[in-house]
Structure formats: C-alpha cells, structure tokens
Design a protein around this ligand. Sequence first.
Ligand code: CP
Length: 321
Amino acid sequence: MATETDILQELGSVPSLWTRRHLLGLEELTAEEITLILDKAAIFRRVLDRGGRKIAALTGKTCCNLFFENSTRTKTSFSLAARRLGADTLDFTASSSSLSKGETFIDTAKNIEAMGVDVMIVRHQTPGSPHLLSQNLKCSVINAGDGAHEHPTQGLLDIMTIRQHRGSLKGLTVALVGDILFSRTARSNIWGLKKLGAHVIVCGPSTLVSRRWAELGVECCYSLDDILPRVDVLNLLRIQFERQATRPFPSVREYAHLYTMDSERLARAKPDVLILAPGPINRGVEVTPDVADGPQSAILDQVTNGVAVRMAVLWLMAGRT
Ligand code: CP
C-alpha cells in the first residue's frame, strides 16, 4: 500500500500551469487546467479507494464553508476533502449569523476571513456572489454553486466520472436532460465537456430548453426518445421547483411521461449508456429507482469522485505555500 510519502511524491508540487487564486467557473478554465484538476483528482480517488487515509498536504490551512443555500453533497464533501488533506474546517450557517442584524454579505465574509481563513467556499442563490467576494477578499474563493450560473466542482466531478468509465471525453455524446434553464450544473458541464471534446445535447421541454442554448455550441432537443439510441452518457438534471416562479410544464406526470429515464427507455439506449445525476434526485421524476440504483448508474461514483475533485481543487488553491 502506498505511504503518505509515496502519495505526496506522486502529487508533486503545484504545477506552474496552475496560477489561479480562485475557482469561479469552468467557463474561464482552459482544457489543460481542467485536465490538470482531473489528473490530480484521480490520484486522490486512489487514496480514497485505499481507505481514505489522511495526507498532510494542507496542514495549517483553514477552509470555510460559506453556504447561503442548503446542501448535502457539496458542503459535506468539501469538509471531508479539506480534512483528508489535513486542513481545519469551519462551517458558517447563514440563518444563525449576524446577517439578521443587518450585516452585509461582504462584511460577513471579510470578518470570517479575518479569523484566518485561507479558502472560502461559497454557495449563494445570487449569480456572481462568489465573483463579488473574490474581488473583496484576499483569500481564495471557490464557487460551490451561484444561483443558476455555475457549479464548477459539480461539472468537474461529472466529467471525472465519465472519464473514469469511458477513458476519454473526445467524441462522446453527452445529453443533459431536464431542467436546463435553471441549472448551474448544466452550464458548468457544457463549458467543461466541450473543452474536452465531447458533443453536448441539451434535452427537455421547450420552456426549459431555449433555442438560444445553441449559441453555446450545443445541440438542442425536445424529445428524449429521439436521442436515446445515440447518446453515450445521460446526465439527468433535477427539476428545480424552488427556482421556478411558474410550473414550466402542465404536470409532473406529463413531464415524467416524456422525460423520466426508466427501464423501458434504458432498453432503447446504447447497451453501455452511462447514467449520471448530480443529485439530489426526485425519484420517479428524472429517473426511476431501478435505473438510479441499477448497474449502469454511476450516481454514487459521482459522489465519491466529488470528494476527490474537491481535494484536488483545494490542493491547487492552497497547496502552493
Ligand atoms: N449536487 C449538489 O450540488 O448537491 P447538494 O445541493 O446536495 O450540494
């Protein structure tokens, strides 16, 4: 079994290719930077598979989860990733903070930073919030989801999972299905997948898939049944009822009839089609339980890869000194 010294040796030092202080989106990353994160994440995934031993790569660093929206996967896996690297972690809870006394978002973040934080991991319902903090803080800022804009580490872990199962992204056809309009995961996936050479289809009801998405270089499609025979990967996005002012389709039953990935549709897809879902999933809406829990699903692999990707991102951001 590899020792901590072996792992640190394999990691090496942060490459000169990585010069960024913040990770705000996949739109601004190059293919080389994305590949670097994925390569380092693959090392961390091997560490996790061998029992998740701790590596003292970020000893003395402090990472703060500054979350203004609920989260299960992202917040927990950032905390685990930081701890696995030997960093200290801090969780900020908006509902019990002095925001209720009128303190501003920026003042709140600056005060937490002043306690000695090296990396601020930010989730906020308003697009651009992490970008605003990156202009006002000295520490590194990671976007953990800003409204319907971007969720870069989700995009990275989705892409890592595809690469793990298929070897390469080049030439693959990846369909993002469902609530494209309100999805930060869709945007991060599109930027990342296209940079690594995949063909991307966005598929869902016309109220959730505007033809303007084609301007991002993706194919727009409104029938899941039409694309099933030619897709290599289906990433099933949650219908985000909480972001929708009005229901974008007549009923959930009608949506399910047209877009739920079930065993009957799976039988009409490529035999080795890979099923992904960023989570949380609405069972029976985006995907039926037999498909979500079936042999072609990599949904829990995505979650494990989430820890590895976040270890890689934290190491690149805070591992330089
Ligand atoms: N996929 C994702 O971002 O999940 P959480 O909202 O639980 O973090």
